[in-house]
Structures are given as C-alpha cells and as structure tokens.
Design a protein. Structure first.
Length: 152
C-alpha cells in the first residue's frame, strides 16, 4: 500500500515536471499572440483616429523601434491579419479587424469593471486592462460582461 502511494506520488511529480516542460512553448506562443494583439489594437485605434495606419505612428504609439515594428508587420501579414498595399499602406483584413474589435471590447469592459466596481483610478485601470485583455479567459470575460450588465 505504502509503496503504491509512493509510486503514485512519484508519478504525480513526474507528471507535473512534464507539464512544466510543456509550458515553455505554450508560454512563447502566448507571448507572440499577446504582442500581435497589441499591434492589432493600436492599428485599429490609429485607423479610427487618422483614417490611415502608418508604421511610424505604430512605433510612436507603442514606443518600439522602427525595425521591430517592421518585423511585426511582416508577421501580421503572413498571418493574414493585415494587407500591405503598394507604397506601404497598411490595411486591416477582416480577420485582423475582427480580432482588434474583440480586444477593444475586452479593453473597454475591463476598464469599466476596474473603475466602476473596483474603484481604481482611470489611468491604472486603463493600463491594467490593456494587459489583462490578452490573457483573460473567455469565461471570465463573459462573467464580467454579465456582471456589468446586471449591476450597472
Ligand atoms: Zn488595450
């Protein structure tokens, strides 16, 4: 019996180790999608504000260098989130626009939740919302949405 428990403990531990190893590639993938979401969000905002999306403005908005922005634009293009027309004009594809809208919706709901329910100041709420929006689950987001609808 004891031996069985011991074995069980070991196998549990091994399982955890295995899971731990598996988390590395997952984490990297999440980081990539996190940053592409950030780009899409900024592009959507720039398009609304200026009518055009220029890489200079993206760099300014995110505080990133122009080479990093160019690299990200290349990735977004291969993933078909954006279309780049001649003369460098950037346009969001339907896929990119849908994703950007989803992130903006999360951004607004989370900001509302943090300011109205948790009474955080607007700046902090805005900042934190912009980080949470990329990692929060669909279930939590739905619950927050429902909570706001019924309580405010
Ligand atoms: Zn945001």
């Amino acid at each position: 019996m004891l031996c069985f428990i011991k074995n069980n403990l070991i196998s549990n531990k091994k399982l955890k180790e295995k899971r731990g190893q598996k988390q590395y590639p997952l984490k990297n993938k999440m980081k990539n999608s996190e940053s592409s979401e950030m780009y899409l969000e900024v592009m959507y905002k720039l398009e609304e504000r200026n009518g055009v999306i220029r890489s200079v403005d993206i760099a300014k908005e995110l505080g990133y260098s122009k080479p990093s922005v160019s690299r990200a634009i290349g990735l977004l293009k291969t993933e078909e989130y954006i279309l780049q027309e001649p003369y460098g004009k950037i346009v969001l594809s339907k896929k990119g626009r849908d994703k950007a809208k989803m992130i903006m919706e999360r951004h607004n709901l989370l900001t509302e939740f943090l300011t109205k329910c948790l009474k955080l100041n607007a700046n902090l709420a805005e900042q934190d919302a912009c980080r949470i929006e990329h990692i929060v689950s669909i279930e939590t987001m739905d619950a927050i949405k429902k909570y706001l609808e019924t309580n405010h």
